[in-house]
Ligand binder design. Structure first.
Ligand SMILES: Nc1nc2c(ncn2[C@@H]2O[C@H](COP(=O)(O)OP(=O)(O)OP(=O)(O)O)[C@@H](O)[C@H]2O)c(=O)[nH]1
Ligand SMILES: [Mg+2]
Length: 445
């Protein structure tokens, strides 16, 4: 991959290419654990690199089913490249076709081309998939054609709002105007203008006939008689083509440059978000494992005063493991210190207060385990307090090993306020069940 073919002297354009290159390098340099989740992004960004360096402009066509999106592609290209059908939901895949006849190429880029991208109707693919597919396709687009054949319904309006949110130029195409009288067209135009105000400027609304219905022609014969014949009028998409060309002439290079830069920025954000997410997931794993360890240990060691009952050893291991997740390697002594500080700050969680709900919790667990644990609601209390200590420690490590502007006490009470005891206990119960079922010695607890 090289962009040596470019003779473009445009700083913004070269900055955009550099942004894509840097983000690609950042993506490829991610540790293996992250790389596994970023494969699709790397591939997409490589494609974006190809796109911007070769000067490929993508026009993506969105709209509800049967509004004439595929017909519009045929009309623009001038031959039947796309399948058109009266049956709604005909186009199933996003696909593209080169629009050679457009007569535009980004100045200075020899390999530059314009591609028309057809998409399935926005109300065709279900729920999340639809949003996902539309989102990825729209993010690559340099120019969006939104096709409708009447006033916008709610689905169309929502889709348009989403598209407008990604800051790409949008042309609103009112297709099938052969079905409306002149008066109706003017009226519809006014309604659309009002409905898309703030998203699509008036001059970007355009009327087309991509595949008009046949009309009856009267033919005058040489012998003076007349006959009628049904014929399809020629498609009318010239004004759309003109508008597209004007947009390209005005900002062709800027469009692909801005687009690539935004795309790279999105991917870069994604790495950061992924890091936070993965770190969070690992931290929670550590917390659940050790909170359930403590619950079991406490339940199995009912003698007050035994160190394990205070849970300090387990909490210290938890905190030291958490510190590693956040790249801060706490020694066991440091971890103990932090565990103590948090427990002290959390002094409000008195064991007594927890025993009442703890009792019912452990009865549930012992349904499969015999009777030993029934007596020890303290186990549940211990697991729960570990969870709280773990969450507080997480906050501490997320802030680079400090309580930030807050105190340990306010952090802990905030966590307590935000924590739903029942759901924590249920999760803990599942965790304990899971652990006991994989541990064949569990029955002897
Ligand atoms: N009257 C009229 N019908 C049109 C026009 N353009 C397309 N159609 C008809 O509308 C129907 C749907 O056209 P398509 O191009 O398949 O629509 P689409 O938006 O691609 O539909 P999906 O792929 O199903 O989402 C076909 O029967 C076309 O002949 C037009 O300008 N006028
Ligand atoms: Mg189609």
């Amino acid at each position: 991959m090289t962009h040596s073919q470019t003779t473009v002297e445009d700083q913004q354009y070269h900055e955009a290419i550099a942004a894509v290159e840097n983000t690609l390098a950042r993506l490829r340099g991610c540790p293996p654990r992250e790389l596994a989740e970023l494969q699709a992004d790397i591939k997409q960004l490589e494609e974006m690199y190809q796109k911007v360096t070769s000067g490929r402009i993508e026009i993506v066509i969105f709209g509800e089913i049967s509004t004439g999106k595929s017909a519009l592609i045929n009309a623009l290209v001038g031959r039947a490249v796309a399948e058109v059908d009266v049956q709604g939901g005909w186009t199933k895949q996003v696909w593209g076709t080169a629009w050679d006849g457009v007569g535009y190429r980004v100045p200075g880029l020899d390999r530059s081309e314009v591609v028309l991208v057809d998409t399935p109707g926005i109300n065709e693919i279900g729920g999340n998939d639809r949003t996902q597919l539309a989102e990825t396709t729209a993010r690559r687009a340099d120019l969006i054609l939104f096709v409708t054949d009447s006033d916008l319904n709610e689905t169309e309006y929502t889709a348009l709002v989403e598209l407008a949110g990604i800051q790409k130029p949008i042309l609103l195409v009112l297709n099938k105007i052969d079905l409306y009288s002149e008066v109706e067209r003017v009226e519809l135009d006014g309604i659309l203008q009002r409905h898309v105000a703030g998203m699509v400027p008036h001059e970007n609304i355009v009327h087309t006939m991509a595949d008009p219905r046949p009309i009856e022609y009267v033919i005058h014969q040489p012998d003076g008689s007349t006959k009628t014949e049904w014929k399809k009028p020629e498609p009318q998409v010239e004004n759309l083509k003109r508008l597209i060309l004007e947009t390209f002439e005005r900002e062709g290079l800027d469009l692909i440059a801005l687009n690539a830069a935004m795309y790279a920025a999105d991917k870069s954000d994604k790495i950061s978000t992924l890091r936070v997410k993965m770190r969070n997931r690992r931290a929670d794993q550590v917390i659940w494992t050790l909170a359930s360890t403590k619950a079991i240990a406490v339940a199995a060691n009912p003698i007050p005063g035994v160190d394990i009952l205070s849970g300090l050893a387990v909490d210290a291991v938890m905190i030291s493991s958490l510190s590693k997740v956040y790249g801060l390697n706490f020694s066991m002594a440091q971890a103990r210190g932090l565990a103590k500080a948090i427990s002290k700050a959390a002094g409000i969680i008195a064991l007594g207060e927890l025993t009442s709900w703890g009792a019912s919790f452990f009865k549930l667990v012992t349904g499969t385990l015999g009777t030993a644990l029934t007596l020890l609601p303290q186990g549940a209390a211990a697991g729960y307090s570990s969870y709280i200590i773990g969450q507080a420690a997480k906050h501490y490590f997320e802030h680079g090993g400090s309580w930030g502007a807050e105190s340990a006490k306010s952090v802990v009470s905030q966590i307590l306020d935000e924590t739903d005891k029942d759901s924590i206990l249920n999760h803990l119960k599942d965790e304990i069940r899971r652990r006991l079922s994989v541990n064949r010695h569990a029955e002897t607890v």
